[in-house]
Structures are given as structure tokens and as C-alpha cells.
Design a protein around this ligand. Structure first.
Ligand code: IVH
Length: 669
């Protein structure tokens, strides 16, 4: 086959495969078997392998994603991505309609659509090929997340037919259906990672991932709901959506033209109930003027179009029976009362448990076991109890007694000033606190200990193999392999994970320790500010308070943690096994630049921070202004006035190559 012939075949295969993708994913009506589909895909993959020059990002073979992270380019939106004015009341909706009616002497009609609850996206197609996929960002510019968007099979990479404009944009919502959301959270919990609070957060988090292979796995979906532009070949929004559907986009079938506001209100009332049966989250209805000419006449305010409005549904509630209350002990000892409920369907999932927050909340609601209670899904992961149906209470229900001792270790609970929650103070003897700390240590954002999920940690603890995170590093293969559902292979994995954790940067080690109030960001700030555990250990409260975002509470907590003998023992053990307790900057490679001070100027081949790090790693210092005591001026292109100043001060100016020579005398840098 000549390359010319190959190209013809490749183009044909891509078109056919995209069409089958659309039939399968968008229409749920495939016309060929999976096997036949795989054959087509294999042929295309074979040709692309043989003729790499034919590889194109819009090929369906690219939908599997890649784990090469490219970062995201910031892209300005051609038309700003505005939000919508919104309302919760039918009255305000009628006022909106009255404003529209006043603006026109002619008839007008609305289009009603579901308001999908996900992350908005702007897609640009050039010659029918997907070329850009930009997040909303700040509305003016966003991130180009095209590598991730390509993995979403309901988004066409190449359009169908030939009636689309040469270059145009569509907008829509990327969402995570309930089934994918639940699977994802199950997996995360098994791996000791924090679950996502709701499908919207999961969708926008997924869209911003650097690893598109993981994105491909998560099962994102989308709906297209808007085509911006002034020179489109349509007279109305509804027509533009029909065309979009024909070109291969997924447009919701629950889109309806409404002749007047009463029809709009019936649509809303219908969907306020029916949305409960949809496999994805919706949070309202969007009402748009259909005619493009009328849309243009109404125009935009600074933030929102005047021709559209969102009617938001009230959060869904369900009524069910409170069966009992459990008290959970977190890794910090905080107690959370959790209600066990008679299972009930709410916003697409079955709810069996709900948070009761704390003792005050229980008292406020006067909720009792046996009550019929209202549950609502807020932004959080577990639903909450928001009220009691007092009319349904039988007289004899006794008030709920809050616990006074820890349900796990029977230690009397304490309630600190200013804290809403009760705490179990038995840090070193209370099992869920011990296990919780180890789970936190092992979690992805901390030490990322592969193979060490919640259940394994639980087993290690129960078998007396780990009572603190230091013990993990003394584990032997045979000890792990003996545990339930473990074997040699998984034991090796765990040991390898522990070995790998010795390269985890200091900031994450600090976060992994689970010092109260020291989250990921604070840990990073502390690590950057102090550079090493030694420096942190000798820091005073004042020095801690100087760090960005560190207040009294954090400083106190850090000092208390570092001051405790058992923590000091743990830290020396972790240091001994080889965890990193210094930042990169503190890690000396040589003393070649000892006593030398550098000033950096001009445009260099790498970011200034990289040069600064390199100088410090070789014992040198970096200053921001030139003076008589500057040793060298490291000057890139367009160095400007600093060069003259250096000359005056008799400071030697060197370029990148000369600098590298300085440090490569003894080291092979
Ligand atoms: S139209 C200029 N239609 O809601 C009009 N938006 O609060 C652009 N959304 O940022 C938006 N479903 O992310 C439109 N059917 C729908 C929608 C929808 C969800 C989101 C979108 C937008 C936000 C506005």
C-alpha cells in the first residue's frame, strides 16, 4: 500500500468508526457488533502504527487517552462564557416574561432545556474537526483540556455531513452520570482516597486531570446546549440544536419549544418531579428566547444574557424513618453522629445514612429515633437530616441522648472551646484514630502507598503489625502475605510502595503525618518556608506565624505535635528508614558555589526558579539586587540595565553555559 492509499483508507476508517461511535454512545443504537467494531479499530490502529505520519489527534484511536501530561494552555474565549440569571420562583419567572413582552410588539417563543449540573465546556471545530476544548475558567479565558475531552465518546472528533460552518464553536456541559460517579467513589474509598462530594465536583475535577488515560476510564458524558456566533446559518436556537444533533453532537431530547410562560411553567413542574428518574444530575431548567434576532435585540448585561434565565429546583428532599444513630470517630478523634435510615431514593441514589453533624444540631432539630425525618443532599458527600415531620411522631419517643464516652474506646469525650464537635482525647489508644492516621499516611495525596488500602491497614492493625506509621517500614513480606486475601504478590507490591515512598517530597511527608489543621497547602507552605524538619523543629511560634496562611491555631497544633515525645520518636524512626525530611532546595549536590552570591536577570532557557534551585543546591545564594558583594550576574537574553550596573560594580556577568561550567567542574551536571 502506498502512503496515498493508506491515507484514503485511514480517512475512510475514521469516518466509519466515528459514525459507529455516535450510534453506540449518542443514540444507544449500534448497527454493528462489538467484534466488528474492534476489527475496524484494529485495522486503523495498524495503519497508524505503520504510517506514523498519518496519526492525527482527531483519530478515534486517540480516545483512549495517554498518561503523558502536557499541562493546559490558557486560551481566551472568542465569546465570553457568561453565567445565567437565576430564580427559584414562578413569580420571578413571570416578571422575566413581562420584561420580554414589553420589549417586543411581535410574538416570541421560548425553548426550555434541562439545566445540567456539571462543568461547562466550549468546543471549537475547524473543518469539522475538534480542535479546542476550553473550560469556563474565569469566563474570559480557560484551560484547553482537549486531551481529556477527546476521551469522551459522546463528543464527536469529526463531524457528520458537510453543512457545518468552516469554523465554529458549541457549548455544553460535561457531566458524570450517577452510575460512573458511584463506581468512581467506591474505588476511591477502597484506595483510601477522599470520595467526591457530588457528580459536579467529580466532573470538573476529572476534566482538569493531567492523566487523560484516567479520564478515559471515568466515564464522562456531555450535552451540547448552545452555539454562540453572529453569522450562523440559522434563525433560531432550536434550529441550531437540531443541526448540532445531525452533525453528531449529543443534544438532550428533553428540549422543548414553549409558546408562552404557562407552557414554560408546566415544563418546569413536570421536570421537577421527572428529573428524579434521570441518570444524571440536573439542578433546574434553562429558559431561552428561541429567535436569534430577538436574542440579539435583547443582548447581554455585563454578566448574563437578557434573553435567558435559569429556574433552579429546590434541593431534593425525601422523607424516611430514623432507625438508629451511630457515632463515628475520625482520625483526629472528632465524633460525628450518623443516622441510619430506612433506605430511600434521593437524587438518583439510594440513601441509607445521613449526617447529623453534632450534638447542637441534634438538639436544634430535636430529632428522635423512630421519627420520620427529611433528608436532603447538599454539596457534601453524605446527605444531611434537615427536619422532622413532628406530626408523624408517636408520643412515646424519648429524646436522643448524646454519648458521653467514646463508642470505640470508652474514654470520656471532651468538647473544646469554639469547636462544635466532641472529641475522644485517647489519641494513642483509640483504634479508629490509630487506623485513620495510618490510612491518611498511606493515601494518594500523602505517601501514596500502593496496595495499602483501608482494609489492609485495618488488618495490619488488628494483627498487631502496625500501631503507627513507623511500623509500616518494619513490615516483612511473610507477615503481610499471611493476612487475609493477601499473598506474596500483594505483599511485594506493598513493600515496593513503601520503598518508593522514600522519594516522596518533604511537603507531602509533612502532610502525611496528619498534624491537625495541617492540610496539603499548609504542609507545602511550611516545607517551603523552613526547608527541613530540623528547621521546623527548632521554629518558634513567631517564626511559624510568619508563614503565609499560618495562624494561631495551626502554629499551636504544629508546636504541640512536634513537642510530644512519642511523635519525636516516630519522626526519628521515619528519618532512619529514609523518608525525606528536607526540600529539594535544601538538598546539597556540591559546595562548589559556597560563599557566592548570584543575581539572575534576562530571559533564560528555563524558569528562574530552576536556576535558583540549582544555585542553592550547589551551596550558593541568590539575591534580587546587584551590589558590591554580588559574585556573578547570571544574564539571559534581553538582560537590560542590570548588565551596565554589573559592569559599574565590577561584577562579572556570565551566561547559562558559563554558569553550568562553574558547577560542572567537579560534578557532571
Ligand atoms: S446556556 C449564554 N443551557 O449553567 C448562555 N447553560 O448558570 C449560556 N448549564 O455556565 C448557558 N445546562 O454551565 C445553558 N441547558 C443549558 C445548561 C446550562 C447547564 C450551565 C452552564 C452555565 C451555567 C449558567
Amino acid at each position: 500500500m502506498t502512503i496515498k492509499e493508506a491515507k484514503i483508507r485511514v480517512d475512510a476508517l475514521r469516518k466509519v468508526i466515528e459514525e459507529h461511535n455516535r450510534r453506540y454512545y449518542v443514540e444507544s443504537a449500534p448497527v454493528i457488533s462489538d467484534f466488528e467494531f474492534d476489527l475496524l479499530m484494529q485495522e486503523l490502529q495498524g495503519l497508524e502504527r505503520k504510517y506514523p505520519e498519518l496519526v492525527d489527534p482527531v483519530s478515534p484511536t486517540q480516545r483512549v487517552g495517554s498518561d503523558l501530561s502536557e499541562g493546559f494552555a490558557q486560551v481566551a474565549h472568542r465569546y465570553p462564557m457568561l453565567s445565567l440569571g437565576n430564580t427559584y420562583s414562578e413569580g420571578e419567572l413571570r416578571e422575566f416574561d413581562a420584561r420580554i413582552a414589553k420589549a417586543f410588539d411581535e410574538p416570541y417563543e421560548y425553548v426550555c432545556e434541562l439545566k445540567f449540573d456539571g462543568a461547562s465546556i466550549s468546543l471549537t471545530y475547524v473543518d469539522g474537526m475538534l480542535r479546542r476544548a476550553v473550560t469556563r475558567g474565569d469566563g474570559v479565558q480557560g484551560d484547553d483540556v482537549i486531551a481529556n475531552v477527546r476521551t469522551i465518546r459522546t463528543i464527536p472528533l469529526q463531524l457528520h455531513g458537510d453543512s457545518f460552518p468552516k469554523e465554529f464553536e458549541v457549548r455544553g456541559e460535561i457531566l458524570l452520570p450517577h452510575s460512573s460517579f458511584e463506581r468512581l467513589n467506591r474505588e476511591r474509598e477502597q484506595q483510601g482516597e477522599a470520595p467526591f462530594a457530588n457528580p459536579r465536583n467529580a466532573a470538573s475535577g476529572t476534566l482538569k486531570m493531567l492523566d487523560s488515560k484516567e479520564v478515559a476510564r471515568r466515564g464522562l458524558d456531555n450535552f451540547i446546549y448552545y452555539m454562540p456566533g453572529n453569522d450562523l446559518p440559522f434563525a433560531s436556537h432550536y434550529e441550531s440544536l437540531q443541526a448540532a444533533r445531525e452533525w453528531g453532537f449529543k443534544v438532550s431530547e428533553h428540549t422543548q419549544k414553549c409558546g408562552d410562560i404557562s407552557a414554560v411553567i408546566s415544563f418546569i413542574r413536570r421536570w421537577d418531579t421527572e428529573r428524579k428518574n434521570l441518570p444524571y444530575d440536573t439542578d433546574g431548567v434553562v429558559i431561552k428566547i428561541n429567535s436569534f434576532a430577538q436574542q440579539r435585540a435583547l443582548g447581554f448585561t455585563a454578566k448574563t444574557p437578557r434573553w435567558a434565565i435559569a429556574y433552579k429546583f429546590k434541593a431534593e428532599q425525601a422523607l424516611t424513618k430514623l432507625l438508629s444513630v451511630d457515632y463515628q470517630v475520625g482520625r483526629t478523634g472528632a465524633i460525628t453522629p450518623v443516622a441510619n435510615l430506612e433506605p430511600v431514593r434521593l437524587a438518583g441514589t439510594v440513601v441509607k445514612r445521613a449526617s447529623l453533624h453534632n450534638a447542637d444540631q441534634i438538639a436544634l432539630l430535636d430529632v428522635r429515633v423512630g421519627d420520620m425525618v427529611y433528608v436532603e443532599k447538599g454539596g457534601e458527600i453524605i446527605p444531611k437530616i434537615v427536619g422532622v415531620d413532628a406530626a408523624k411522631r408517636s408520643e412515646s419517643l424519648p429524646p436522643l441522648q448524646y454519648i458521653s464516652v467514646c463508642p470505640e474506646c470508652a474514654t470520656p469525650l471532651v468538647r473544646l472551646e469554639g469547636e462544635a464537635k466532641h472529641f475522644c482525647p485517647n489519641e494513642s489508644g483509640c483504634p479508629p484514630q490509630i487506623v485513620g492516621r495510618i490510612i491518611h499516611f498511606a493515601s494518594r495525596k500523602a505517601m501514596n502507598l500502593e496496595g495499602l488500602g483501608d482494609e489492609t491497614v485495618e488488618q495490619l492493625y488488628k494483627n498487631g503489625l502496625a500501631t503507627n506509621v513507623g511500623d509500616l517500614y518494619s513490615l516483612r513480606k511473610s507477615q503481610i502475605a499471611r493476612l487475609e486475601r493477601m499473598g506474596d504478590k500483594s505483599a511485594e507490591n506493598i513493600l515496593q510502595g513503601l520503598e518508593n515512598s522514600k522519594n516522596v517530597p518533604f511537603a507531602r511527608v509533612l502532610f502525611a503525618l496528619g498534624i491537625r489543621y495541617v492540610g496539603e497547602t499548609t504542609a507545602k507552605k511550611l516545607a517551603d518556608a523552613f526547608g527541613s524538619l530540623d528547621a521546623l523543629q527548632s521554629a518558634t511560634a513567631e517564626q511559624l506565624l510568619e508563614v503565609d496562611e499560618v495562624g494561631e491555631q495551626i502554629a499551636k497544633s504544629v508546636l504541640a505535635f512536634l513537642g510530644e515525645e512519642k511523635n519525636q520518636l516516630l519522626l526519628s524512626k521515619l528519618r532512619e528508614v529514609g523518608l525525606r525530611f528536607t526540600t529539594d532546595a535544601q538538598e546539597r549536590i556540591s559546595n562548589e558555589l559556597e560563599g557566592l552570591t548570584f543575581v539572575i536577570t534576562g530571559t533564560l532557557s528555563r524558569p528562574r526558579e530552576d536556576w535558583k534551585l540549582l544555585i542553592e543546591q550547589h551551596g550558593g545564594k541568590v539575591a534580587s539586587t546587584l551590589s558590591g558583594s554580588t559574585s556573578y550576574l547570571l544574564a539571559g537574553e534581553k538582560a537590560g540595565s542590570k548588565l551596565q550596573k554589573a559592569e559599574k560594580l565590577q561584577v562579572k556577568a556570565i551566561n547559562e553555559a558559563q554558569f553550568l561550567e562553574l558547577i560542572s567542574k567537579k560534578n557532571n551536571v
